[in-house]
Design a protein around this ligand. Structure first.
Ligand code: ZN
Length: 170
């Protein structure tokens, strides 16, 4: 049974015009974080990600071409959805690992994607405060996947092989 999410997630299968999913998003004007509408949108994105059983959701996936994403992860023992605003990722070292990825906008399709093993993330939180963290493994992978969305890049462009659902794209 498919649950209905709070916000409509753009899908490459059902949306006629998916240009936004392939277009680099604009930086967030931090002063807009004071608007109740923006805070509501962030709450709705968190709710939508959870309802869809996702571990990441980027604003272009809900039709907002701005550099904002939600990721599930753990920072300093704090396990919660993190808000990434205007995120910048720097790769630490040359380590790459391949892992399976999927995407709420390409439901049912999975594939192996090489990603940097270790990264530093710098971003602003939902109140416009800067924060940063190092991330490895799955958390690093999710962050790189979501930042790709903000650059108009889908994981299909990076995968080395499909693991499931390839036929859905033909
Ligand atoms: Zn995705």
């Amino acid at each position: 049974m498919k649950r209905k999410t709070k916000l409509r997630i753009w899908s490459v299968f059902t949306h006629g015009d998916t240009t936004m999913l392939k277009t680099p998003a604009q930086p967030v004007d931090l002063s807009t974080l004071q608007n109740p509408e923006t805070q509501q949108m962030i709450d709705d994105m968190i709710k939508t990600m959870k309802q869809a059983d996702g571990i990441g959701l980027a604003a272009p996936q809900i039709g907002q071409s701005i550099r904002l994403a939600i990721v599930a992860g753990e920072v300093n023992g704090q396990k919660e959805p993190f808000v990434l605003i205007n995120p910048v990722v720097s790769v630490i070292g040359a380590g790459q690992i391949e892992g399976e990825e999927g995407c709420l906008s390409i439901a049912g399709v999975f594939g192996l994607v090489p990603r940097a093993e270790k990264i530093t993330l710098k971003a602003f939180d939902r109140f416009g405060q800067p924060w940063s963290t190092q991330a490895t493994e799955l958390f690093a992978r999710v962050i790189q996947h979501e930042v790709d969305h903000l650059n108009g890049v889908l994981f299909l462009q990076r995968l080395t092989s499909f693991t499931k659902g390839q036929e859905k794209l033909s």
